[in-house]
Design a protein around this ligand. Structure first.
Ligand SMILES: Nc1nc2c(ncn2[C@@H]2O[C@H](COP(=O)(O)OP(=O)(O)O)[C@@H](O)[C@H]2O)c(=O)[nH]1
Ligand SMILES: [Mg+2]
Length: 232
């Protein structure tokens, strides 16, 4: 029913079965996972799903596919990365196309998130691919924004340029099994000094998503942010 309703939203059709979803108040916090293609977002989400399922919590994941030639295989890739949960009825995974909304998120992403929330999932995760404006947009939808970086590759410089550091609640250095991870952590911490807001500095967490390492640290950082959201 939810999958069908999302399709209706995407097509601009009326949504059956979810009366009043647009006006209902949000129940679950939305976790945004953003970062460059290949940073390991889907692998990280797979590990998070595993964690939340161990706690008997249901998880819905919305992956925003940029539909660009560069990352054309991302829909398949995301599914593949999370396939161990494909048969779990308490896990809902849906890819939505960004559909030409230039460099940004799917036009209806806010409605889709509302629908998912209305359908009462405990954990809602939104994955966005790309660098730049789309991350800023997802931050507007997410209650907690996790920005995924990797060692080397100039990610930090890119992130700074795009203003991503500004919107991050938590910074992850994934692929910390690769050379240069410590340096990337230092670069990120350094870049935080330039953050304009007086708000608490985001935590920098190291992970090796493909091996499930550092997930506990990430969850701890997320839980801390959740407490902050609930207090507000
Ligand atoms: N070495 C290493 N590779 C990883 C790690 N996490 C993910 N990967 C690999 O990085 C590639 C891209 O991962 P994916 O989760 O699809 O990235 P996404 O595009 O950000 O969603 C895959 O081949 C993963 O197996 C990690 O911690 N270390
Ligand atoms: Mg992905």
């Amino acid at each position: 029913m939810l999958a069908r309703a999302i399709t209706s939203v995407q097509n601009g059709d009326a949504v059956a079965d979810f009366d009043g979803y647009e006006k209902s108040s949000r129940k679950s916090l939305v976790l945004g996972i953003t970062g460059a293609p290949g940073a390991g977002k889907s692998t990280l989400i797979n590990a998070l799903i595993r964690h939340y399922r161990n706690l008997q919590r249901s998880v819905a994941v919305i992956s925003v596919d940029p539909s660009s030639p560069v990352s054309g295989g991302s829909v398949l890739g995301d599914r593949l990365r999370m396939s161990e949960h494909a048969c779990d009825e308490h896990v809902f995974i849906r890819s939505v196309a960004a559909r030409g909304h230039l460099g940004g998120l799917c036009v209806h992403i806010d409605k889709i998130v509302r629908l998912v929330d209305f359908a009462a999932w405990d954990e809602i995760i939104v994955e966005t691919v790309g660098t730049g404006q789309s991350e800023i947009e997802v931050a507007g939808i997410a209650d907690i924004s996790v920005v995924v970086n990797t060692p080397g590759g100039g990610d930090v410089v890119q992130a700074l340029k795009a203003g991503i550091i500004e919107i991050a609640d938590i910074l992850v250095v994934n692929k910390s099994d690769l050379d240069g991870a410590e340096q990337t952590v230092r670069d990120l911490r350094e870049s935080l000094r330039w953050r304009s807001s007086n708000a608490e500095k985001p935590e920098v967490v190291q992970t090796v998503a493909s091996m499930g390492k550092g997930i506990d640290d990430l969850v701890r950082a997320i839980d801390k942010q959740k407490k902050g959201c609930e207090a507000r």
